[in-house]
Design a protein around this ligand. Structure first.
Ligand code: ZN
Length: 154
């Protein structure tokens, strides 16, 4: 049976890809000082671009957060598989585009119950603003703050 057009295309693609990868590897081998110099000169940009990828950002957040806390590794796998688009608390759109920087809408990891570690049921991605406001406050404390804020000045 003769090959169909898509089969021929696929074969050409595979051949080309192999050739391209070989060529790229040869370039990397022969231009190491040049590549290293470029990476050094653009380190910040390279890092920022890396961090704007939600998967990388969440991985870094997780690594940082779990230095001092107990955790389940499957939390990281769940986050990577499905990076949340919105804050779990106020439902605003999370901004992964600001790289490493922290803004109100930057993503951050929250332990719902601060006495527990980063477990699958205890970990949520909320915006920086919500996380700052919540901090380690209890419901009772938040109620006092809310009552204080709603009270009319005398
Ligand atoms: Zn929020």
């Amino acid at each position: 049976m003769p090959e169909s057009k898509s089969q021929i295309d696929a074969r050409h693609y595979r051949n080309y890809r192999a050739r391209y990868l070989k060529k790229a590897a040869r370039y990397r081998r022969n231009n190491q000082p040049r590549i290293r110099a470029w990476r050094k000169a653009n380190r910040r940009d390279v890092y920022l671009r890396f961090m704007t990828n939600p998967v990388n950002r969440l991985t870094t957040l997780f690594q940082k957060a779990t230095k001092r806390n107990t955790f389940e590794l499957r939390v990281l796998y769940a986050l990577r598989a499905n990076p949340p688009k919105r804050c779990a608390c106020c439902n605003r759109l999370l901004n992964y585009a600001c790289g490493k920087g922290n803004r109100r809408d930057s993503p951050s990891l929250d332990r719902w119950d601060n006495s527990q570690g980063y477990t699958l049921v205890n970990t949520f991605v909320v915006c920086c603003r919500c996380n700052t406001l919540k901090s380690d406050a209890s419901v009772k404390e938040i109620r006092y703050v809310l009552a204080y804020m709603k009270r009319k000045p005398k």
